[in-house]
Design a protein. Structure first.
Length: 166
């Protein structure tokens, strides 16, 4: 059991920020189509992913999904970001070394115990969920309207992603 916990921590802490990928063990994006032009897009990061990166990758996936479904623009009609906090405490191990010397019927000795582990780590895993509405052409509405192609090019370049490659 201890081995599984150590391996799990090594995977969690030994990796990198979540990449732009479909959701898996280390996070990623997912989407659900709610209507012809309405989608819920989520991005879940791991312990190395910043909240800003999670928000940008959710926006990037929103733009990519807009283009993939034949639309040109989108509006975020509901956006939510959250942070899941988890703790991990490393296992505690103790080692004792001892020396003993005997003189007749008397024994003299010393012992030293060293304890390792027991540290607790707080791990923050951000996630962002956007509900988006897609349009063909820029709608004349009072909202922040994103040009999907522009967002794909801009955020795609920032994060090393080519839109449409997924």
């Amino acid at each position: 059991m201890r081995t599984i916990a150590v391996i799990s921590l090594a995977i969690l802490l030994g990796g990198c920020a979540t990449t732009y990928q479909p959701e898996g063990f280390s996070g990623g994006f997912s989407e659900t189509q709610l209507d012809t032009n309405v989608f819920r897009v989520s991005f879940r990061g791991n312990g190395y992913t910043s909240a800003e990166r999670a928000e940008e990758l959710a926006l990037l996936r929103s733009a990519e999904l807009t283009l993939k479904n034949g639309f040109t623009h989108f509006v975020v009609i509901d956006g939510r970001s959250r942070e899941q906090l988890v703790t991990y405490t490393t296992p505690t191990q103790s080692y004792t070394t001892a020396n003993a010397t005997a003189y007749g019927n008397t024994a003299y000795g010393t012992a030293r115990t060293t304890t390792y582990g027991g540290q607790t780590f707080l791990i923050s895993m951000p996630s962002t969920t956007n509900t988006i509405m897609c349009f063909n052409g820029k709608p004349d509405i009072q909202a922040l309207v994103y040009d999907a192609k522009f967002v794909c090019n801009s955020l795609g370049q920032t994060h090393g992603v080519v839109c449409g490659a997924q």
